[in-house]
Design a protein around this ligand. Structure first.
Ligand code: CA
Length: 228
């Protein structure tokens, strides 16, 4: 899945150049030409990153940034400022922007900053997975369809949730407590033993050999790690 970027920039030429640059680098880009429509788009759609010009008609970039943060959004924000707007940079960062870039900038510099910010975002907030493949298993969470060697596997609701959680946090060591709190949300009478039992069920249904799992791995003394 491509990262989704919203570009809020009122200079049509620059907006077009940046939008082309980002699209050709594999990003899905939306654009807005003023602060008001930009803010509306940012609030109404899930973006991974917003490129936000400071000097905008309608609402300034500073105001857009402040309002997004106040509404609880933690989307990555990269501010674009003119060289003369040093004060804006400081205010912007204080308002909650993650980084800023001074115009005019080199396209490669912009791409590097965007990539760095997105790496951080994806680490902290894994992107919802809809379809995924590992080993001989194909998963479609939208249809809740799980196939192993092309044959349907029946998973209970919690097993599906756990599998999805493991996949979305793949290659990370997850403690039993963390899994319990995120997947079971501390229901009464549920202990970390529940996690172990569900992991064992998933292994029996999805691993070639549940005794020697290749994907749902045990991290001794800690918990589990999913590897595709
Ligand atoms: Ca501008």
């Amino acid at each position: 899945m491509n990262s989704r970027i919203l570009l809020i920039e009122d200079e049509p030429g620059l907006a077009l150049t940046l939008s082309d640059l980002l699209s050709s680098s594999g990003y899905d880009v939306d654009t807005a030409g003023d602060g008001i429509s930009g803010l509306a788009k940012a609030k109404g759609n899930p973006y991974h990153l917003i490129l936000l010009d400071v000097m905008l008609p309608g609402r300034s970039g500073i105001e857009v940034c402040r309002e997004l943060r106040q509404s609880g959004s933690d989307v990555a924000i990269l501010m674009l400022t003119a060289r003369s707007q040093i004060v804006d940079r400081v205010v912007g960062l204080r308002t909650g922007a993650d980084d800023y870039l001074t115009k005019p900038f080199d396209p490669s510099e912009l791409l590097a900053r965007v990539e760095a910010l997105l790496r951080r975002v994806h680490k902290e907030n894994p992107i919802a997975v809809v379809r995924f493949e590992f080993g001989t298993v194909q998963v479609d969470f939208e249809k809740t369809e799980i196939l192993r060697n092309g044959k349907q596997v029946s998973l209970a609701g919690k097993e599906v949730q756990l599998l999805r959680y493991l996949i979305e946090h793949r290659d990370r060591v997850l403690s039993r407590d963390q899994i319990l709190s995120d997947v079971w949300e501390y229901q009464p009478n549920i202990t970390t033993r529940t996690v172990d039992v569900h992991v064992s069920w998933l292994r029996q249904k999805l691993e070639e050999n549940a005794q020697f799992p290749k994907h749902i791995l045990t991290v001794r003394g800690v918990g589990y790690r999913f590897s595709a």
